[in-house]
Design a protein around this ligand. Structure first.
Ligand code: DGJ
Length: 721
């Protein structure tokens, strides 16, 4: 259970495991006191003394006091030299903001955030603190929510111009976490196309450090997440904070160490190239950010995130439903197909146990390559002479569901849409357009563009009867300008784009509640908790090579549950790396996420086709444990030659363990993998070998995994209590 109390000027938010504590100091300064292990009270003077400040009763910001004070929502320019959470340009051109406490209220549950994805649910309590800057009239409503059933606190801020002159917000972060020391490693996720979300861990050093993007999306290069882990933290033990932003656009996540030794972590919209004008009476809502805390290492942090997203973020319609095993046409056919070819691939897929056939890119306009037709969402009569309806029917007649690909936010210069509406593309009039993958980006900040997208997607879903939509997005922002915004509002475009995207997704997912939406952006280029509010799964990477997938999926699970990762078995040689790995390794890797295929089943050997049937049976049988169980990373591909992870179901009666060895090494021991999350007193049988062990032995000593010889050797073990 959670509760929020106000005692001795302290707001204490707590549940059975964690507390988050704020103090209202004389003068109305809102201090951040504690986040972490559950505490029922705190001696504020002790903390102030640690920060070199006088006791609470005598607190004054004079003499640079704010530079020392841990704060809930700090700004820059009144003595605190650290990065602030908020910068506002006032009517007189000055930038300092001095927010002081006005009042606060506590409510059950949590309010929705207008226009933005956010965690939801009744099992939580929310504190709203109102602060005010007397000079400008700016008010900040800070929302803090603590959950009954998750070791998480979420925050966001709503800025209201209650003054009488326009203001410009140039920085409005979602979460600020001031910690009293800097004895932490910073853990972030970084990479690029086909190499998304590699784990990067380094000690904090004095200065500012972190990750950010201005690509327009949460990006291929990094992820709106950071963790602060004590240096001794392992996957299984030690104290870790995790911060994640529920946002799909430009963000910054930083952890800065300042002269007195403390750490300030900030996460929110990237303030570079951001400016939002607030007329009197207008409000600006920041995205939500979530903080989790665990004393059980990085796995503990991840489980806290997984639980929070599963229970309070993902569309609940899909959380408990077994999702269909899909076969996607992209690597099977690319742009080269017609109705007959697709139906024959689908028939072979059905025979091998697939449940959903997805037609990827290339079905509309005259799209035989990626140079044209985005925006013209009408079937290519050459490829689909009887339209989407007949293809959908023929696929369904095979006993499969039908799914379809779209890239709704884009327009090709060679398209009827662009010829009719050149003003709908993001652009700076008078400047040459910079293309990405030969395409332009639709200006999703415009309501008419959003309505066009809603109408095109709705028509496509209706005409095809599709029950699955892959929503792709394949380029970075450039020429960032909108023909619909006045000059003083052009700095709002990247955020307005994301708000437009969210509105569009909101309308569509409500209008088609039974359609499974899968997010995608050149693979995992927009894999974030904002998108997951609408699309319960996201294509994790265009890289389907089994060994690369070990790294990509291992990293992704730091912040997101396995059930959110689209993960497919593809053909060999792999289309991204040219590597040949055994079918079993590709299966073992893909089992770690929402399972599917990305190949032409007609071209497989008989052995591989038989393997496919056995694989799909196994996927169905173990779905609940793999996708809804507790997930544990066991051996990291970033630290050694072996990758291992496992999931355990809720009552600890079934577990699935996956081990993959990258390079075959002669004359070495097979891995003895220490398992986790089992019932120590239960006896488990390994289904594949018939051997029996106690949970205690498997966790203390480990399970010997005699991998076959050869590179990319793998084993999948099923444990039954
Ligand atoms: C990028 C995606 O990540 C791929 O899976 C595929 O859908 C292509 N786009 C199609 O253009």
């Amino acid at each position: 259970m959670s509760e929020i109390t106000f005692v001795n000027n302290l707001y204490i938010l707590r549940n059975d495991h964690i507390s988050y504590i704020l103090a209202v100091l004389p003068g109305g300064f809102l201090a951040h006191v504690h986040a972490g292990a559950r505490l029922d009270s705190v001696n504020m003077d002790n903390l102030l003394r640690h920060a070199g400040l006088p006791a609470a009763a005598d607190f004054t910001p004079k003499e640079g006091g704010l530079e020392w004070l841990p704060q809930a929502y700090p700004s820059f320019g009144l003595g605190d030299l650290r990065e602030g959470a908020l910068t506002v340009i006032a009517g007189d051109g000055t930038r300092a903001v001095d927010l002081r406490f006005v009042d606060a209220q506590v409510e059950d549950g949590k309010p929705a955030l207008p226009g933005l994805p956010a965690t939801f649910g009744d099992a939580c309590k929310t504190l709203t603190v109102r602060l005010r800057d007397a000079h400008t009239g700016l008010e900040a409503m800070l929302y803090f929510t603590i959950f009954d059933d998750c070791d998480a606190v979420t925050r966001s801020a709503r800025l209201v111009n209650a003054g009488d002159a326009p203001l410009t917000v140039t920085r409005a972060m979602s979460f600020c976490l001031d910690l009293p020391d800097h004895g932490y490693d910073l853990v972030t996720l970084s990479g690029g196309w086909a190499r998304e979300r590699a784990v990067v861990r380094r000690p904090l050093v004095p200065g500012e450090q972190g990750v950010s993007t201005r690509s327009g999306a949460s990006s291929l290069q990094t992820s709106p997440f950071l963790a602060l882990a004590r240096p001794e933290v392992t996957e299984h033990a030690g104290e870790v904070y995790g911060l994640s932003l529920l946002y799909s656009g430009n963000f910054a996540a930083t952890a800065s160490v300042y002269q007195h030794g403390g750490t300030r972590a900030l996460i929110g919209i990237n303030d570079r190239d951001f400016a939002w004008r607030l007329e009197p009476g207008e409000a600006f809502q920041t995205p939500e950010a979530a903080l989790v805390w665990s004393s059980e290492g990085l796995n503990g942090m991840s489980r806290a995130f997984h639980r929070l997203w599963n229970k309070h973020l993902l569309p609940q319609r899909w959380v408990n439903e077994r999702r269909p095993i899909l076969l996607n046409s992209w690597e099977a056919a690319y742009f080269d197909f017609d109705e007959e070819k697709l139906v024959s691939i689908a028939a072979a897929a059905k025979e091998a146990g697939a449940e959903l056939f997805v037609m990827d890119d290339g079905w509309f306009g005259h799209r035989d390559d990626d140079f044209s037709s985005l925006g013209d969402w009408v079937p290519d009569p050459k490829k689909l002479p009887a339209g989407l309806g007949r293809l959908g029917e023929r696929v369904r007649a095979l006993g499969l569901q039908f799914g379809i690909w779209m890239e709704p936010e884009m327009v090709s210069p060679d398209s009827d849409l662009y010829r009719a509406h050149p003003e709908w593309a993001m652009q700076i009039p008078g400047r040459e357009a910079v293309l990405g993958r030969h395409q332009l980006i639709l200006d999703m900040s415009r309501a008419d563009v959003q309505d066009f997208v809603i109408e095109s997607v709705s028509r496509t879903l209706r005409d095809s009867g599709a029950t699955y939509l892959k929503w792709d997005m394949n380029r970075n922002f450039s020429n960032i300008g909108s023909t619909a915004l006045p000059p003083e509002r052009q700095g709002e475009l990247p955020h307005r784009y994301i708000l437009g995207l969210y509105r569009t997704l909101d309308v569509l997912t409500k209008a088609f509640p039974d359609v499974l939406f899968e997010g995608c952006a050149s693979g995992g280029g927009r894999f974030d908790a904002g998108m997951l509010y609408y699309t319960p799964q996201i294509w994790c990477s265009d890289d389907t090579d089994a060994l690369c997938r070990c790294e990509i999926q291992y990293g992704t699970t730091l912040a997101f549950p396995p059930s959110t990762m689209g993960s497919h078995v593809s053909a060999v040689p792999n289309h991204q790396t040219a590597r040949v790995t055994p079918m079993q390794a590709r299966f073992a890797a893909a089992l770690g996420g929402q399972f599917g295929y990305e190949l032409d089943p007609r071209k497989l050997t008989d052995d591989d086709r038989a393997a496919m049937s056995a694989q799909t049976d196994y996927v169905r049988r173990t779905f609940e444990t793999r996708m809804n169980g507790d997930f544990y990373r066991l051996l990291s591909p970033f630290e050694g030659n072996d990758t291992a992870w496992m999931t355990v179901n809720a009552d600890r009666t079934e577990a699935v363990v996956t081990v993959i060895r990258s390079r075959s090494l002669p004359n070495t021991f097979p891995p003895l993998v220490r398992l986790a999350g089992l019932d120590p007193d239960a006896a488990y049988t390994v289904e594949e070998t018939g051997e029996r062990f106690t949970g205690r032995e498997l966790m203390a000593l480990g399970l010997c995994c005699p991998l076959p010889a050869g590179d990319a050797a793998s084993l999948v073990y099923t444990l039954k209590a």
